[in-house]
Structure formats: structure tokens, C-alpha cells
Design a binder for this molecule. Structure first.
Ligand code: LCS
Length: 394
């Protein structure tokens, strides 16, 4: 851990915050201010020149947000964190900072729908070329790298197919060529997986998910080297302006305190459900990182502390059968997003990944029968009872 505390459970609560500097306030104050006063014109000049530390304007920095950024940097073992108004704001700020017209981006074989949308827009507007690779071996990664490759962008586990990419292996190949590896760590959170420790360069989170954990915030984070994120802060973050609100930072700091406890429960519930789903005659394929039948099982065991709270599976039948199954659930919520206390379920082909053209969707393995389950914190017996009664009706 790069912060004060070695153990995750302590760091998540205490790192990044010093109550002595905040009049003894146990919880961080919300600095609900847009701007900051200067003692003198000269001080204002020094701050804008970067010669003196201090706040100037909340798009350029805010003390509540700084607490969240420092906490996340400590948890991911990074030098610096930056908070954004959404996961997509974080992804776009990082990718625009790392590319220029005519560059090439090498991506994992699947991506969250809006990330795919963003990259498609960059391709169309700036002639940035894209390749998607399974990244199963060093040779496969090397073969996909071009002289104009400036970023390797990886999701693992991949939303929603749960395929995995060996981050250490990809980072080793990228190092040979001096190409930065950006990893979307949303599905794992730093509690389960630490891409920077495996040699990757930038970690991204949709903080909307496990970091917040309560379904009440949209937010994003990027963590990495001080130099690079300092550059992002003063260019694509400052000038495109996708910043977080202080109140949302406060909610995320609060959510983070229970991340290890929540994550343990998400994972334990998922492992229980896996067994029952495996045995149900209406369930076809199951995709889960720590499932022994998963072809990426060894990668999952190597780089993820536990299997996570996300399970995808295919319904035996048609698209209509999959939709009927979703419609007949009782307390499980039919909703996109993930990582909340409530169990959420969705249909990727028509919801989160509807923007991906059908052919690309098929290549990614997103069929009309695929269901994505974000396992919540309820009693697993109740979650299974609800899934089972609906599966039995197909
Ligand atoms: N990265 C991943 C892996 C995601 O799953 C999402 C959102 C994002 C980035 C974008 O984050 P946002 O801007 O929404 O904070 N994923 C969603 C999903 O699977 N269902 O609804 C949103």
C-alpha cells in the first residue's frame, strides 16, 4: 500500500484523511464551494503559475475531492488519483491525453458499451485505428502492436462476458515497446485486483459501482503516476471539465469504508449461486472468473483475490425466453449498473451493449440469451429462490 497503512481494511478507512487538519471532524467536511479567495494578487499569480500549493477554483481541485483521490491512490498503490464526474469522463480524459490523430489503440476483445462508443467516435473523428485482441499469449499481443500504437486498453474481467486478460503478461510486452497499459478495474475494485502492482500504468474505475456501492452516485477515477495524471489534471480534465462534485466525493469516501466487507459478501454470495446455476437445466453457459470450468480460471486465480460479484450466464432458449425470465423475477431488480447492495440483473445485448453493432457484439460473445447478474448483499438463499422460480417458468 502506498499510503500510511499496509492493510487494506485500515487504509480504506484512514488513508488520505487527517481529521486534525479539519477541526477534529471525524467524517471529512464537504467543501461545497466553487472558488477560493487569495490573500493577495501576488498569491493568486503564484498559485496559477504552480509556484505555490493551494486551491484556486473547484474544477482545478477541491479539498473533499482530494481526500478521495489520495485514498484511491493509496488503495491502488499509485502515486496520484484523479476524480471525475463519471467513469466515462475518466476514460475519455485518459484516452484523449494519450492519443493524437492517426494513432492506434489496442483493446481487449470486449469493452463496456459506451467505451466502445467513445473509441468508435475517436476512430471516426480523428482516424484513430482500433484492434481488438483476446490477448491470450505474449505472441498474440506482440502481433497486434503497430508502430503507431500509443495505448493498450484492457478491461478485465470484461463487461459482460467475464473473459480475463493476464495483466502481468500484457504489461511485460507493453514495456518492451514503451506503450502504456490502461486498465478498467471497475469489476474487481482494488480490493480484488491491483493492476499497477502487475506493471500496468493507469487504472480506471467507474466509481458508480463497487467504490460507491449504494447506487446513489455517478463518478469516475483514474490512478497512476504523478507526472502523467498531473498532465491529465492540467489538460483534458481541466479543459474538458468532467469533474466530480464535492458531495459525490463525500458519498464515495463513505462508501469506500465498507468496500472490503461488501466485496467479501458479494463474492461469497456469487460462489454460492454459481453451484445452483450450474445445476439448473435452463442455464447454458456460466461465466465467472473463479469458476473451475472457466478457460481463464488460472489467470483469475493469479490476479484476483476472489472471483467478484458478477456472474453472466446464458438461458437455454430464445431472446424471448431470456426476456420472460427477466420479467418474472420478484425482488431482484431489472436494472443496468452493478456493485450495489441490491441484486441487479440486465440483458446486455439490448441494454448496456446495445450501442455495439450486432457483428461486433457477436464477436464479443454477447448473445441474445446472455444475462448479466450483479450479485447483491441479500441472503444468497433468497437470491437463488427468486432466480430459480423464474428459471422454472421458462
Ligand atoms: N467501465 C465499466 C467496466 C463499466 O461497466 C462502466 C459502466 C463504465 C466504465 C462507465 O462508467 P460510468 O460513466 O457509468 O460511471 N457500466 C455500466 C453497466 O454495466 N451498466 O450500467 C452502466
Amino acid at each position: 500500500m502506498s499510503g500510511k497503512f499496509k492493510r487494506f481494511e485500515t487504509a480504506v478507512i484512514h488513508d488520505g484523511y487527517d481529521d486534525r487538519k479539519m477541526l477534529g471532524s471525524l467524517t471529512p467536511p464537504i467543501f461545497q464551494t466553487s472558488t477560493y479567495t487569495f490573500d493577495s494578487a501576488e498569491q493568486g499569480e503564484r498559485r496559477f503559475r504552480g509556484e505555490e500549493e493551494g486551491y484556486m477554483y473547484s474544477r482545478l481541485g477541491n479539498p473533499t475531492i482530494t481526500i478521495l483521490e489520495e485514498k484511491m491512490a493509496a488503495l491502488e498503490n499509485g502515486e496520484k488519483g484523479l476524480a471525475f464526474g463519471s467513469g466515462m469522463a475518466a476514460i475519455s480524459a485518459v484516452l484523449v491525453a494519450l492519443t493524437k490523430a492517426n494513432d492506434h489503440i489496442l483493446c481487449s476483445s470486449g469493452l463496456y458499451g459506451c467505451t466502445f462508443g467513445l473509441l468508435s467516435m475517436m476512430k471516426e473523428k480523428y482516424n484513430i485505428s482500433l484492434d481488438f485482441s483476446d490477448m491470450k499469449t505474449k505472441e498474440e499481443v506482440r502481433a497486434s502492436i503497430k508502430p503507431e500504437t500509443t495505448v493498450i486498453y484492457v478491461e478485465t474481467p470484461i463487461n459482460p462476458t467475464m473473459q480475463l486478460v493476464d495483466l502481468k503478461m500484457v504489461a511485460e510486452v507493453a514495456k518492451e515497446k514503451g506503450i502504456p497499459v490502461v486498465v478498467d478495474n471497475t469489476f474487481s475494485s482494488p480490493y480484488l485486483q491491483k493492476p499497477l502492482d502487475l506493471g500496468c500504468d493507469v487504472v480506471i474505475h467507474s466509481a458508480t459501482k463497487y467504490i460507491g456501492g449504494h447506487g446513489d452516485v455517478i463518478g469516475g477515477l483514474a490512478i497512476g503516476k504523478r507526472d502523467f495524471l498531473g498532465k491529465v489534471a492540467m489538460t483534458t480534465q481541466k479543459d474538458m471539465g468532467g469533474v466530480m462534485s464535492p458531495f459525490d466525493a463525500w458519498l464515495l469516501i463513505r462508501g469506500l469504508k465498507t468496500l472490503p466487507i461488501r466485496m467479501d459478501r458479494h463474492c461469497d454470495n456469487a460462489e454460492k449461486l454459481l453451484t445452483f446455476l450450474n445445476d439448473h437445466p435452463k442455464v447454458n453457459h456460466i461465466y465467472y472468473p473463479h469458476d473451475v470450468n472457466n478457460p481463464d480460471y488460472h489467470t483469475g486465480k493469479k490476479q484476483m483475490k476472489k472471483g467478484g460479484g458478477m456472474i453472466s450466464f446464458e438461458i437455454k432458449g430464445t431472446k424471448q425466453d431470456a426476456q420472460r425470465f427477466l420479467n418474472r423475477l420478484s425482488f431482484i431488480k431489472l436494472a443496468v449498473s452493478l456493485g450495489d447492495a441490491e441484486t441487479l440483473i440486465e440483458h446486455p445485448a439490448t441494454m448496456t451493449h446495445a450501442v455495439v453493432p450486432e457483428e461486433s457484439r457477436r464477436k464479443m460473445g454477447i448473445t441474445d440469451q446472455l444475462i448479466r447478474l450483479s450479485v447483491g448483499l441479500e441472503a444468497w438463499e433468497d437470491i437463488w429462490k427468486d432466480l430459480e422460480q423464474s428459471l422454472d417458468q421458462i
